[in-house]
Design a protein around this ligand. Structure first.
Ligand code: NDP
Length: 280
């Protein structure tokens, strides 16, 4: 593998090994409750990967698979039960939810103390104010990856393509907190390629296979490819890897870049939730 390729899989393994060691010293094991509503094959794969990783480090999981037609009241009742259960440290609602359920309304009912995905508005506010909070897993993992290249990101121009609540916006805030100069772009942005061409750090979180080509990339840029796109040629990122590799200084591959770090950060957040709840 080229030494420009940022190996998220390797870093995730070392984070998981460290967690496994710490968890083996605990009297009680942390527990993560996972709620899935409906049958979404991609969600099924994601949940299985999360369960497997939890098992590897010694976190127990309880998965609740609810039917597609589950009502808002039924889902809220389950979340309330998990919020007050002493046996549950973290709660994760796998997205997307079926269309009849309002995602924000559901996520806002998860106790902020068990919100290991970091999607509750209280955690968002605390993160923006640089206070102790559960940080969303993908952005948190991206910062860890960036820090393996450069401890201090001060003054770098970062361009984020995408403004979703789970990736684009939180990574923009975290990069501001790292003293980067951040530009957030989206589907209505004009002259996107020329804006990206100024980026020392380019974060692609769009959901369009190989959308970012060489015209978007500055010489020696650090490229973080968040996209996961299933195409007839297999899994592809949002960045055309072969274009980028020649120009960039570093790039995350898909798969094996941001994805494994997202799961490692979920485990870390669940362990932290356990410690907070047990006053350790
Ligand atoms: P969303 O669909 O929620 O957001 C996509 C963003 O991209 C939107 O802000 C949208 O703009 C913007 N966008 C879409 N088309 C364009 C365009 N032509 N030019 C510029 N901006 C555009 O996606 P997510 O943020 O949830 O996910 C993004 C990708 O990352 C997906 O492939 C997803 O699978 C992947 N992902 C990967 C994770 C991992 O662990 N590796 C974790 C989470 C997501 P607008 O707001 O104007 O619509």
């Amino acid at each position: 593998m080229s030494n420009k390729v940022l190996n998220g899989k390797e870093l995730a393994v070392s984070i998981k090994n460290e967690l496994k060691q710490k968890i083996s010293c605990l009297d009680k094991k942390p527990n993560l409750a996972v709620i899935m509503v409906g049958n979404n094959p991609a969600s099924d794969v994601y949940v299985k990967n999360k369960e497997k990783s939890c098992l590897e480090v010694g976190i127990s999981t309880s998965t609740y698979k609810l039917p597609e037609q589950t009502s808002k009241e039924e889902l809220l009742n389950l979340i309330e039960k998990l919020n007050t259960s002493n046996d549950v440290n973290g709660i994760l609602v796998q997205l997307p939810l079926p269309a009849h359920l309002n995602t924000d309304e559901i996520l806002n009912t998860i106790s902020p103390l068990k919100d290991v995905d970091g999607f509750h508005p209280l955690n968002t506010g605390l993160m923006i104010k640089k206070q102790k909070a559960f940080t969303p897993c993908t952005p948190k993992g991206i910062i860890k990856l960036l820090h393996t290249i450069k401890k201090d990101l001060t003054g770098l121009n970062a361009v984020v393509v995408g403004r979703s609540q789970i990736v684009g916006l939180p990574i923009a805030h975290l990069l501001i907190n790292e003293n980067c100069t951040v530009t957030v772009t989206h589907s209505k942005t004009k002259n996107l390629a020329s804006i990206c061409k100024n980026a020392d750090i380019l974060i692609a979180a769009i959901g369009r296979a190989e959308f970012i080509t060489k015209e978007f990339i500055k010489e020696n840029a650090i490229i973080i490819d968040v996209g996961i796109n299933r195409t007839k040629d297999g899994l592809k990122g949002d960045v055309k890897f072969s274009d980028a590799l020649d120009i960039c200084s570093y790039i995350t591959p898909v798969p094996g870049g941001v994805g494994p770090m997202t799961i490692a950060m979920l485990l870390e957040n669940t362990y932290d939730a356990f410690l907070n709840q047990n006053n350790s």
